[in-house]
Design a protein around this ligand. Structure first.
Ligand SMILES: Cc1cc2nc3c(=O)[nH]c(=O)nc-3n(C[C@H](O)[C@H](O)[C@H](O)COP(=O)(O)OP(=O)(O)OC[C@H]3O[C@@H](n4cnc5c(N)ncnc54)[C@H](O)[C@@H]3O)c2cc1C
Length: 390
C-alpha cells in the first residue's frame, strides 16, 4: 500500500479559488447546506455547475466532458462538499457511471449517455444491494432471462438512493444460473427507472427524509444494447467501479457544513462567541482539523495516483474507512464539546432555532449510515488487510 505525498499546483489552487467564488455568489445566504452525497437533488444547480465545466470533468472532450484530471475533479468536489452544495442530482452519474461507461460501455452507450451526464441532465442510481445481498453482493437474486431482443429482468433492489428522482440505474443481476463459481454469470444492465414493470417504494430515513427506496422489477424489458460490458463479467466490473466510489472527498466531508457552523457559533471571529466557548470547543476543533488534514492528504494522494494510471483499490478502501469513521467521530467531538443543552441528543431538534442545531440533529440521525453506504467498515478493513498481505 503506497501513499505518495501530494500537494496542489498553482493552477489547481486557482481552480479552488474559482469554485469558492462561484459558490459564494451562487448559493443563497439562507441556504441550508446538504450533508455530502445526501445533499438535495437540484437539477438547476447541476446545470449551472455543468455550465462552469465542473460536471463530467473526467469525461473526454469528444463525449462532451472536460478531459481534466482526477486531482482537478478532487479540487472541485472538495469545495462542493465543504459548502454542502446541492449536488444530489448529478453526483453518482459523474463519479461512478461515467467512468464505468468509459471503461466498459459500447460506443453507442457512450454517445447516448456521456454528453447529457456532462451537461448535468442525466442522473443515475446504483442497483447493487438487495434485501439479502449487501456486503455479499455475489448473492444477488435479481435475474435477467433472455427475451426477444434483450432481457426480461425480475427481482428487488434495496437502499437505491434517489431512484424516485433519477432517470436510470445500473442493475447488477444474474444472467446465467448460479454455478460453482458464484462470481460468474453476473451482468450489469442499464435500466430505465420509468420503464413498465418498475415499481419504486420509498424507504424513509430515521429523520423522516426520503433519499432511498426499494425498487421492484417485474419482467422489465432491457434491450441487448443496454448491457454494460460483457454479459457474465458483472462481478469484475462492479468491484472495479467500487474503487471510484470510495476515496473521494465525499467520504470525509459529509459533516463539514456542521463543523463550519460549529466554528462560526463557538470559535469564530465574534468576541462573544469566543468568550462563550470552553476549552472543549478548542480541543474539538483541533482534533477535527488534525484528522481531517491527514485524511485529506491520503485522498489527494489517491487522486494523484489515479492520474498516474494506477488502480489504488486497497488505498481507496482505507481512505473510505478512515474518512467515514472520522465523519462519525467529528459529530461526537462537536456534540460533547457544546455547552448544554445543545449537545444533548434528546434536546436536539431537527427544526431547531439555529442552523447548527438543525444540521447537528440531521447528522446525529443520519450519521450511522456513513460507515455502511458504499461498503461497510468491516468489509473495507478486510479489503485493506488482504491488500497489505500482497
Ligand atoms: C445511506 C445509504 C445509501 C445507500 N445507497 C445505495 C444505493 O444507491 N444503491 C445500492 O445498491 N446500495 C445502497 N446502499 C446499501 C449499502 O451499500 C449496503 O447497506 C451495504 O453494502 C451493507 O449491506 P447490508 O445493508 O445488506 O448489510 P449486511 O451486508 O447485512 O451487513 C450487516 C453487518 O454485518 C457486517 N458484515 C457483513 N459481512 C461481513 C463479513 N464478511 N465480515 C465481517 N462483517 C461483515 C457488516 O459490516 C455490517 O456491520 C446504501 C446504504 C445506505 C446506508
Amino acid at each position: 500500500m503506497e501513499f505518495e505525498l501530494a500537494t496542489l499546483s498553482p493552477s489547481e489552487r486557482a481552480l479552488q479559488d474559482e469554485v469558492r467564488t462561484f459558490l459564494a455568489k451562487t448559493l443563497p445566504s439562507d441556504f441550508r447546506p446538504g450533508l455530502g452525497i445526501a445533499a438535495p437533488h437540484d437539477p438547476s444547480f447541476s446545470t449551472l455547475l455543468a455550465e462552469q465545466g465542473w460536471v463530467g470533468m473526467a469525461i473526454p472532450v469528444e463525449y462532451g466532458g472536460q478531459g481534466r484530471t482526477a486531482v482537478e475533479r478532487f479540487v472541485v468536489t472538495e469545495e462542493l462538499m465543504a459548502a454542502g452544495a446541492p449536488i444530489g442530482a448529478h453526483y453518482v452519474a459523474d463519479r461512478q457511471t461515467a467512468p464505468a461507461l468509459l471503461k466498459y460501455g459500447t460506443e453507442q452507450q457512450r454517445r447516448q449517455f456521456l454528453p447529457p451526464i456532462a451537461a448535468g441532465e442525466c442522473w443515475f442510481s446504483l442497483g447493487m444491494s438487495e434485501p439479502d445481498a449487501g456486503s455479499d453482493l455475489a448473492s444477488v437474486r435479481t435475474t435477467a432471462r433472455p427475451a426477444d431482443g434483450g432481457w426480461s429482468v425480475t427481482g428487488t433492489k434495496i437502499w437505491t438512493s434517489n431512484a424516485h428522482l433519477n432517470q436510470y440505474f445500473v442493475v447488477l443481476c444474474r444472467t446465467a444460473p448460479l454455478g460453482e463459481d458464484r462470481h460468474a454469470g453476473l451482468s450489469q444492465l442499464i435500466v430505465d427507472l420509468r420503464a413498465p414493470g418498475v415499481k419504486i417504494n420509498p424507504i424513509p430515513f430515521l429523520d423522516g427524509s426520503h433519499h432511498f427506496n426499494e425498487v421492484v422489477l417485474d419482467g422489465v424489458f432491457v434491450a441487448h444494447d443496454m448491457v454494460l460490458g460483457e454479459p457474465g463479467s458483472g462481478w469484475g466490473q462492479v468491484t472495479s467501479e467500487l474503487s471510484y466510489e470510495r476515496s473521494g472527498p465525499d467520504r470525509y466531508l459529509s459533516t463539514m457544513p456542521v463543523v463550519r457552523e460549529f466554528v462560526r457559533a463557538f470559535g469564530g471571529d465574534g468576541a462573544s462567541a469566543r468568550r462563550s466557548a470552553g476549552a472543549e470547543v478548542y480541543e474539538a476543533v483541533g482534533a477535527i482539523t488534525a484528522r481531517l488534514w491527514a485524511i485529506r492528504q491520503l485522498s489527494l494522494s489517491v487522486a494523484r495516483s489515479l492520474d498516474a494510471g494506477a488502480a489504488p483499490a486497497v488505498e481507496s478502501a482505507l481512505v473510505k474507512d478512515l474518512g467515514t469513521c472520522f465523519e462519525q467521530l467529528s459529530i461526537e467531538l462537536m456534540r460533547l464539546a457544546m455547552p448544554s443543552p445543545l449537545g444533548e441528543i434528546g434536546e436536539l431538534d431537527p427544526a431547531g432555532d439555529s442552523m447548527l442545531e438543525r444540521l447537528l440533529a440531521e447528522t446525529v440521525l443520519t450519521g450511522p449510515s456513513f460507515t455502511l453506504r458504499g461498503g461497510t467498515t468491516e468489509i473495507l478493513r478486510s479489503v485493506a488487510a488482504k491488500g497489505l498481505g500482497r
